[in-house]
Write a protein that binds this ligand. Structure first.
Ligand code: FMN
Ligand code: SF4
Length: 426
């Protein structure tokens, strides 16, 4: 029996992505019609029952976020879709944006209806230039068919969606930096609180959700929250789009039910990753992007759910699963991760701006026989603690997660080149 479960990605590749008629032929816009006959509280009740956890990486419960925004009296409200998809090894939003953009558009429109929002914005990764054009066309076609624009479905609801292009900054995926960038300001994070639900886009109440989260809304409305929950794990309903990359034999995006598939299945099942390229041995895997944890083959039987992975010291994050074979040096790999964060740090705060550079210089020393001392190792540990606790935003707070988890698994490799006599003198 197949372990895959196409739910959010159902129909991807089977229709012309910008054709409203073909999307409707797949059952598209039935959810919007159903939601139009429900109260906002009823729709949010279903999202809560579904236990949809945000698919952008932070796994925040969507139902609670929606409920919070509903209770804020200020208007106008805005719906913002985070399609920045900057996390390396992550390309699942691209599948929806490229092959099923109208499902996302429908999800955003349902959110707009629930909150009586003025407008929706999709902030799309700058590198997805071709996809942006197609998305704009899909929105235009939805407007022509009266699924967007004025008096949608004759319900007196006016709503439009705008596409904003990012310009290649990873930090702009952080929700407050994303709003600044959408407003035309420098893409740096804002201080929180106030929550974006209260003071968001143009300082107005705002919902920010990931592409996959918003594209799950039509299925939740149509099936009902209870059914959606049953598909997945009792703590987090539905499916997850996972991205296999690195030395995976079959790189790609696979949709799996949460809680019903193990990491081993995802990496080795012939329908999914199909094992390690060239039949090599797996050395480690990196979950959820550069900001996520590193895991070992001993953890392969962990069930792929938010709860099980967290208990194992791992995490779903963005859904990335980067597979690395035994030719990879963990120190070289971590140098690459740290270089990424040096490049992407916005420079606003010291722990992240300087900490990543210091981490890199210690990793460089550790790779050279006899260059590093035990003091360097102790400094490495102190840096990890300081950066995690004192960085201003999630970028710096998670920049050392890979290093910290790898430290526990590959301590020997960290210590292999350390100059022990210098350590004794220190
Ligand atoms: C540095 C950084 C980059 C992020 N990049 C993304 C991204 O590319 N896409 C995304 O959906 N969320 C990203 N996030 C998470 C967002 O801040 C936010 O949690 C998310 O958009 C909320 O939507 P969700 O609850 O539906 O996941 C990033 C967070 C940080 C700290
Ligand atoms: S942690 Fe600080 S320097 Fe790093 S991206 Fe966030 S605000 Fe900028």
């Amino acid at each position: 029996m197949s372990k895959l479960m196409p739910l959010v990605s159902e129909g991807a590749g089977k229709i012309n992505p910008v054709s409203v008629a073909e999307y409707v032929g797949l059952g598209g816009y039935e959810a919007l019609k159903k939601a139009a006959g429900m109260t906002p509280e009823q729709v949010i009740g279903e999202v809560k029952k579904a236990k949809l956890l945000g698919r952008g990486g932070a796994a925040y419960p969507a139902g609670s976020k929606w409920e919070h925004l509903l209770h804020i009296p200020e208007t106008p409200k805005y719906i913002v879709c985070n399609a920045d998809e900057g996390e390396p090894g992550t390309f699942k939003d691209k599948l929806i944006l490229g092959k099923l953009p109208l499902k996302l558009v429908e999800g955003i429109t349902i959110a707009g209806l629930v909150f009586g929002a003025k407008a929706g914005y999709i902030y799309v990764r700058g590198e997805y230039r071709k996809i942006q054009k197609q998305l704009i066309q899909a929105i235009e076609n939805a407007k022509q068919a009266n699924y967007l624009g004025d008096n949608i479905l004759g319900k007196g609801f006016n709503f439009d969606i705008h596409v904003i292009s990012g310009a290649g900054a990873y930090v702009c995926g952080e929700n407050s930096a994303l709003l600044n960038s959408t407003e035309g300001k420098v893409g740096r994070p804002r201080i929180k609180p106030p929550h974006l639900a209260e003071v968001g886009l143009f300082l107005q109440p705002t919902l920010v959700n990931n592409v996959e989260s918003l594209s799950s809304i039509p299925a939740i409305v149509l099936k009902g929250g209870d059914e959606f929950l049953k598909i997945g794990h009792p703590d987090s309903g539905g499916t997850k789009l996972v991205c296999l990359s690195g030395h995976s034999a079959k790189t790609g995006v696979y949709e799996i039910p949460l809680g019903k598939v193990t990491l081993r299945d995802a990496i080795y099942d012939p329908e999914m990753g199909g094992g390690v390229r060239g039949g090599a041995s797996l050395k480690f895997f990196h979950l959820g992007g550069q900001s996520g944890p590193i895991g070992s083959p001993a953890q392969l039987d962990t069930v792929y759910s938010y709860t099980d992975l967290r208990k194992a010291g791992l995490g779903v994050g963005s859904g990335a699963i980067v597979v690395l074979d035994d030719s990879v040096s963990i120190l070289e790999y971590l140098k690459g991760v740290t270089e990424f964060f040096i490049h992407e740090s916005c420079g606003k705060c010291v722990p992240c701006r300087e900490g990543n550079k210091q981490l890199y210089s210690i990793l460089q020393k550790l790779a050279v026989p006899g260059a590093a001392t035990q003091t360097d190792l102790a400094n490495l540990r102190r840096l990890v603690t300081t950066m995690t606790a004192a960085s201003f935003c999630g970028l710096g707070q998670t920049a050392a997660v890979a290093l910290n988890t790898a430290w526990k698994l590959f301590k020997d490799e960290f210590e292999a080149n350390v100059n022990r006599s210098a350590a004794a003198a220190a």
